[in-house]
Design a protein around this ligand. Structure first.
Ligand code: HEC
Length: 192
């Protein structure tokens, strides 16, 4: 009786099946942990952004992006022992500029979007040999431009937003985006 119940459970629970996959496939486990980490990063940022927008409007919220985003990336990188960040072909903060590998992946993401792929689902992973010969696992996931993003990355910005951004980011390239564009990507590097 017990055995039959367990079999039924295994067959019907996607969670159990996923756990079994991850146990037998280290890459699946790696990707699952990366995806969960990106979800945590994105969720935390979006939560803080929306709270700041509600409390003080977009000018106040710029502070969240300016201070909290890099802080959170650094904190999570330290906790995980990976490098976790965001990048873009048109970056606001020069510190987020893509390296050659990231640039090539971002360009490929634009091609995949143009070919009709859903931006939400666009991601790429590769084992890359670093300069010192050490292998690392690199993962990127596209970030779509949502409605709320347009307040600070759109084509028409509030003049106060423009002034605040100009003061903080004299070389800002991250304006003029439209709903559904690829705003950038989460980027992760792990030692193999
Ligand atoms: C209140 C203004 C504001 C809003 C709203 C906003 N951002 Fe940003 N965004 C910024 C600022 C400021 C930075 C620069 C952060 C830094 O210095 O690292 C930034 C940076 C980024 C970056 C890192 C790459 C780069 O350009 O430097 C990405 C990716 C990004 N934003 C995506 C989004 C997405 C997606 C949304 C909507 C969910 C969004 N942003 C909404 C202000 C905003």
């Amino acid at each position: 009786m017990k055995r039959i119940l367990l079999t039924a459970l295994l067959a019907t629970s996607p969670l159990v099946l996923q756990a079994a996959d991850e146990a037998s496939d280290p890459m699946a486990a790696r990707n699952a942990e990366i995806k969960a980490t990106i979800q945590e990063f994105a969720g935390n940022l979006k939560g803080q952004l929306q709270a700041a927008l509600k409390a003080g409007g977009p000018v106040e919220a710029i502070r969240v992006c300016n201070q909290v985003a890099p802080q959170l990336a650094a904190e999570m990188s330290e906790r995980k022992g990976w490098s976790i960040g965001r990048t873009s072909l048109k970056e606001r903060n020069a510190a987020n500029a893509p390296d050659a590998w990231e640039r090539a992946v971002l360009e490929k993401f634009e091609e995949r979007k143009a070919a009709g792929e859903d931006v939400q689902a666009i991601a790429y992973a590769e084992v890359v040999e670093g300069e010192n010969g050490a292998k690392e696992y690199r993962f990127m996931k596209a970030i779509p431009t949502g409605e709320v993003c347009l307040k600070c990355h759109g084509a028409e910005l509030d003049p106060q937003v423009t002034a605040t951004l100009d003061a903080l980011y004299p070389n800002d390239q991250a304006r003029g985006f439209h709903l559904g564009d690829i705003r950038g990507a989460f980027t992760i590097r792990q030692p193999m």
